[in-house]
Write a protein that binds this ligand. Sequence first.
Ligand SMILES: Cc1cc2nc3c(=O)[nH]c(=O)nc-3n(C[C@H](O)[C@H](O)[C@H](O)COP(=O)(O)OP(=O)(O)OC[C@H]3O[C@@H](n4cnc5c(N)ncnc54)[C@H](O)[C@@H]3O)c2cc1C
Length: 183
Amino acid sequence: MAGDSTGPQTPNAPGADGATAGTAAGAPPPKYPKGVILGKDGKPCRACNSFASFTTQSKSALKAAAPAPAKDCPPDVEVLGRSTWTLLHSIAATYPPTPTPKEQSDIKSFMRLFSKLYPCWVCAEDFQAYMQKREVKAGSRDEFGNWLCEAHNEVNRKLGKPTFDCRKWEERWRTGWKDGSCD
Ligand SMILES: Cc1cc2nc3c(=O)[nH]c(=O)nc-3n(C[C@H](O)[C@H](O)[C@H](O)COP(=O)(O)OP(=O)(O)OC[C@H]3O[C@@H](n4cnc5c(N)ncnc54)[C@H](O)[C@@H]3O)c2cc1C
């Protein structure tokens, strides 16, 4: 569980008007591999694709190791996602057990803005749609932690990853595992 990874996943393709290489009718031949998600500048969106899908490194170089951007390169969709979930669940872990009305409205504002500003635009659109269906719950740490865990599980399902047992979110993100392996 802790630190597990299922390897590269390509984000869901955007809708009919979305920008993926090679999809526009009558457009000039794509410069990028088919399926690569483009940003607003018409270039591959690093934060929206797995590194393996847009790198110019040779196939043999990629086979030699699990493809991942070097530590000092801009993040791909997975590096960004992993870091972001770490931040979000850590915010939940330090959210007050009994928040004031202001703290509750702050976390809701933060999540609303976060979902608009998330650099993987396809991920952001889906997450905004999820938040419209399932409003942020922030009445307590437990409530917000569980809401976030369910939201993360929704993304896991979309990507075909195993879901996480939300009864254990605090062990994973706040207290450490009961077996003492984090102590
Ligand atoms: C808001 C958001 C939307 C995203 N949308 C997309 C998308 O559309 N397409 C795409 O390709 N990628 C998307 N990502 C990235 C994706 O969710 C993963 O972060 C990425 O694929 C790397 O996955 P990973 O297997 O390393 O583990 P991650 O999913 O990054 O999880 C990190 C760690 O969190 C723990 N964990 C897993 N599930 C839960 C849970 N439910 N609750 C608590 N802890 C958990 C596990 O210990 C895991 O190792 C999104 C990320 C975010 C933050």
